[in-house]
Design a protein around this ligand. Structure first.
Ligand code: ARG
Length: 486
């Protein structure tokens, strides 16, 4: 078909994207350029947002008398048909029509004629696509917030069952002080709680309407943008048309929040991997989250946590991609922005899958017969305890004991270093040194020192707000359960 023939066909309906603009074009695009510039094979997943946005726009155009009520009715009917075609997998997506917007509009016009051609009055794909991405992302954020809640509930569940289980806490991955495993789990609950807060904060800036900005400068039609925002359940309207069509800071912000959340997942993954290695043996994760080796029959590899750790790099990469995409773009819309979608979509997919799988891997699944969760991580309390008894985890407690007997902390610290040196030489724990030998370091040491040096004594002594004493952990647990129940 020649360029001229193509142009004359546009009087009826759109067949190729060149017809979407004008008779100005003298030659068609090559197949390579079409493929390079089109987005339909990835942006079609925003079809629902596209239809919802178009219907809200059409409703407002009719209410303002810009199009007839009969046009609006025809658009509604046509969109309902398109929706069912897409849902049934019968919609024919055409590369020639570049993107989701032109594909849907062309089909609408094919179905309802002139009313379909009136839909784009007072609108541009620039404000349309910005609206679609925001609507789509808003709904995804709500799903992610729900998944973050599920993950927190799983961690709280495991924490609740393990308040009195003691493992060594580490700094520099060196045994530091004993902590409650429940306390350790609740540290991650705090992280995911902040991630959920960040998501909801980002949502406020995502849920703002660009539509009505038109191509870049606003439009000559008497649009009621507030009305469209209300119809779409949005919190406000972009106040500057140039900004509304062009900035993707909301997508960058979301990806930054997603990156942080993945970083938290990655830290947890690293711990799970360490804990389930034979040298620690602190936990097991259910077989369905591990794989064997094709050569070493004894292996059970923690594939899921390892992949989550790896996928964190992928999401952080998307953040770099998006932020670099924005840099250097002059006002207003530039086609660069079409590149926002794949990283954003992949960030959402990766984060959602990861959160879902972690909630189940940690906390297990509800057994419908009993109503209880089953199949989460298995905790080996004995292995944790044995590890906590190694490495002089309660050395600080001996120093604190001496301080309570009147020694300045720095002196106490030095005294204990000598005691640890002796115990190391003898290959025993501090609690295994006879009282007389301990007293040689400081005469104030009495028989009650052994209680202070026990794992339980060490935990119970850390009874300040946020500390690892079981009483504190139980208070935190109750607060989280109350918060998550709302
Ligand atoms: N597919 C385009 C995108 O994703 C839609 C907007 C195109 N606008 C334009 N003026 N070419 O950004």
């Amino acid at each position: 078909m020649s360029a001229n023939q193509t142009t004359s066909a546009s009087h009826n309906q759109l067949e190729t994207k060149a017809e979407a603009w004008s008779a100005l074009f003298e030659e068609p695009m090559s197949d390579l350029v079409k493929r390079y510039t089109s987005s339909v094979f990835f942006d079609q997943r925003m079809w629902k947002a596209d239809i919802t946005g178009s219907l809200a726009h059409a409703e407002m155009l009719a209410a303002q008398g810009v199009i007839g009520q009969d046009d609006y009715a025809a658009i509604q009917k046509g969109m309902a048909q398109i929706q069912s075609e897409i849902e049934a997998g019968q919609f024919e997506w055409k590369l020639d029509l570049e993107d989701v917007h032109l594909n849907i509009e062309a089909r609408l016009t094919a179905l309802v004629g002139d009313a379909g051609k009136r839909l784009h009055t007072g609108r541009s794909r620039n404000d349309q696509v910005a609206t679609d991405v925001r609507l789509w992302l808003r709904d995804e954020i709500d799903l992610i917030a729900g998944l973050l809640k599920e993950l927190q509930l799983s961690l709280v569940d495991v924490a609740g069952k393990n308040v009195d289980v003691i493992l060594p806490g580490f700094t520099h991955l060196q045994v530091a002080q004993p902590v409650s495993f429940g306390h350790h789990m609740l540290a991650y609950v705090e992280m995911f709680k902040r991630d959920a807060e960040r998501m909801l904060d980002v949502r406020r800036r995502v849920n703002v309407l660009p539509l009505g900005s038109a191509a870049l400068a606003g439009t000559t039609y008497p649009l009621d943008r507030e009305r469209v925002a209300r119809t779409l359940g949005m919190d406000g309207v972009c106040q500057n048309s140039l900004d509304g069509v062009s900035d993707r800071d909301f997508a960058i912000e979301f990806t930054a929040a997603a990156s942080l959340c993945m970083v938290h997942v990655s830290r947890l993954s690293e711990e799970l991997i360490i804990w389930m290695s034979q040298n620690f043996g602190f936990i097991k994760i259910a077989d369905r989250f591990t794989t064997g080796s094709s050569i070493m029959p004894q292996k059970k590899n923690p594939d899921v946590p390892e992949l989550a750790r790896g996928k964190t790099g992928r999401v952080v990469g998307h953040l770099m991609g998006l932020i670099t995409l924005m840099k250097g773009q002059p006002l207003a819309y530039n086609k660069d922005n079409q590149e926002d979608k794949e990283p954003l979509f992949d960030t959402v997919d990766t984060l959602k899958d990861t959160l879902r799988i972690f909630a189940e891997m940690i906390g297990g699944q509800v057994n419908p017969a009993t109503g209880a969760k089953e199949g989460g991580i298995t905790v080996n309390a004995e292995a944790m305890r044995a590890a906590a008894l190694k490495g002089y985890a309660t050395a600080t407690d001996l120093a604190d004991y001496l301080v309570k007997k009147g020694l300045p902390f720095r002196d106490a610290h030095e005294t204990v270093a000598h005691a640890v040196k002796l115990a190391t030489l003898k290959g025993v724990d501090l609690t295994e040194l006879p009282l007389a030998e301990l007293q040689a370091f400081n005469p104030h040491i009495e028989a009650d020192v052994f209680e202070a040096l026990s794992l339980e004594g060490s935990l119970n002594a850390r009874n300040t707000l946020g500390g690892t004493a079981p009483a504190q952990v139980r208070a935190q647990l109750a607060a989280h359960l109350k918060r998550l129940a709302d």
